[in-house]
Design a protein around this ligand. Structure first.
Ligand code: TMP
Length: 215
């Protein structure tokens, strides 16, 4: 069954697009699991809390990566692989491509080592399609501020990083998409949610025609 991940800066609209795609797939009678990283299992959600908290000791870069990878290993084994075996479509908010963008491109950690850790945590399970909601850092910041004004959560440790960091994250996603165009679907996050869903459905239909993708 297809495994699709969603990437982008915070506030790029991943959650809404995932929700809308799930509704479309379920409307066509398919079984769908929506999940996220870091997190997705009770242990991995605990690790998420440790990674994103702003109080207490901050992890050094190596610890940060290992926590993301620990969350991923647990999530792949306990949620993603069983769901795929049961014939469910898996829609995942962030996956290994976030580690490359945030930890390699933005944080500056050695890429081959991170790629090795990604493969180790994935245990052979990688998304067939990676959907990138591309958004400028300025637009991402505006959306985050709008959310906080509406009583949303305050910024986590990664969101607190400088705009330069987030610009490198964005470039990291675009560089990965350019290197593997057959795997990535790049969408303009400034489109309306309705338009985003339509463009995404058209792209997925082409890629997953052999899996009985519903039109
Ligand atoms: P979220 O806010 O999209 O749920 O993701 C949590 C934060 O963690 C987000 O700022 C992106 C970041 N992140 C990494 O830095 N590396 C990773 O491997 C993953 C999965 C997320």
């Amino acid at each position: 069954m297809p495994f699709i991940s969603f990437e982008g800066l915070d506030g790029s609209g991943k959650s809404t697009l995932i929700k809308n795609l799930k509704a479309h797939l379920e409307g066509a009678g398919l079984k769908v699991v929506v999940t996220r990283e870091p997190g997705g299992t009770p242990l991995a959600e605990d690790l998420r809390g440790l990674i994103l908290r702003t109080e207490h000791e901050a992890p050094v870069a190596a610890t940060e990566i290992l926590l993301y990878e620990a969350s991923r290993a647990q999530h792949v084994a306990k949620v993603i692989q069983p769901a795929l075996r049961e014939g469910r479509w898996v829609l995942c908010d962030r996956f290994s491509e976030s580690t490359v963008a945030f930890q390699c491109f933005a944080r500056g950690v050695n890429r081959p080592e991170v790629e090795w850790l990604n493969r180790f945590a994935e245990q052979g399970t990688r998304p067939e399609a990676v959907v990138l909601l591309d958004l400028s850092v300025e637009a991402s910041r505006l959306r985050q501020t709008g959310r906080q004004d509406q009583g949303g959560q305050s910024r986590d440790r990664i969101e607190n990083e400088a705009d330069e960091f987030h610009n490198r994250v964005r470039n990291g996603f675009l560089a990965q998409a350019k290197a593997e165009p057959e795997r990535w679907i790049v969408l303009d996050a400034e489109l309306s949610q309705d338009q985003l869903l339509q463009v995404l459905l058209a792209a997925l239909k082409k890629r997953f025609a052999h899996e009985g993708f519903p039109g």
